[in-house]
Design a protein around this ligand. Structure first.
Ligand SMILES: [Zn+2]
Length: 193
C-alpha cells in the first residue's frame, strides 16, 4: 500500500496570492482536486494506494496543523510523498512558469520533484521556470511544508497568477485538468506505478 498526502495551499481566511480574478486558495483547491481525481482515474484500478488530504474545502488550516496531520499519518502509514499545490506571484509581471521545490539532500524529494517536472515538461502545457525543480536552498528560504514534515515532501508552484499568460491558464478549467493529470502522472512515475 502506497500512502500519499495532497495538500491544497492556504484556504479560509488565508487566500494566498490574489491578482485580478485569480485567488490562489481557490486555484490550489481546484487544481489539487484534479490531481486527486487523476490519481484515482489513472491508477485506481491497477494500484494499491490511498491519498490523504489536509483540507477538502475552503477553510483555515495552519501550516503547523498540516505538518502535524502529515506526521501523524506518516507515523501510522509511512507516506511516500506529501505534495502541496500552490500558485506563485511576483512583483515582476514577466516572471512565469512551473516550479517544484524540495529539500536539499532529500534523495526521494529530488526524485519526486524531477519526475513531476519531467511529466509537466512532456505535457507541454506550461513553461518550466528554469529547469523546473530546485531545492529550498536554491530558493533561498525554508518552506514549512517541506522542512517540518517527516516524509519526502515537495511544493509545487504551478504558475504565476501575476503573469497574464500563466494567469489565463490558471483560470481555465481545461488547463487545471491537464496540469492535474501531468502532476498525477509524475507522482505515478515516482512511486513506480
Ligand atoms: Zn501559496
Amino acid at each position: 500500500m502506497i500512502n500519499l498526502v495532497l495538500d491544497y495551499g492556504h484556504g479560509g481566511s488565508k487566500p494566498g496570492a490574489v491578482h485580478g480574478a485569480a485567488v490562489e486558495k481557490e486555484l490550489n483547491l481546484l487544481t489539487g482536486e484534479e490531481v486527486y481525481g487523476y490519481m484515482h482515474n489513472l491508477y485506481g484500478q491497477s494500484q494499491d494506494f490511498r491519498v490523504f488530504l489536509t483540507r477538502d474545502g475552503d477553510y483555515d488550516i495552519s501550516l503547523r496543523s498540516r505538518a502535524g496531520l502529515i506526521n501523524e499519518a506518516h507515523h501510522v502509514y509511512p507516506v511516500s510523498l506529501a505534495l502541496s499545490v500552490h500558485y506563485n506571484a511576483a512583483g515582476n509581471l514577466k516572471a512565469q512558469g512551473f516550479e517544484v521545490f524540495y529539500a536539499e539532500g532529500s534523495t526521494r524529494g529530488e526524485s519526486a520533484a524531477k519526475a513531476i517536472t519531467e511529466s509537466v515538461e512532456q505535457s507541454g502545457i506550461i513553461k518550466l521556470r528554469g529547469r523546473g525543480y530546485k531545492t529550498t536552498a536554491q530558493l533561498g528560504r525554508r518552506l514549512a511544508f517541506i522542512h517540518n514534515t517527516a516524509p519526502p515532501a515537495v511544493l509545487v508552484e504551478v504558475g504565476f497568477i501575476t503573469n497574464p499568460e500563466d494567469r489565463a491558464k490558471a483560470l481555465s478549467a481545461n488547463f487545471r485538468q491537464d496540469i492535474g493529470k501531468a502532476i498525477a502522472v509524475g507522482i505515478g512515475n515516482y512511486v513506480g506505478f
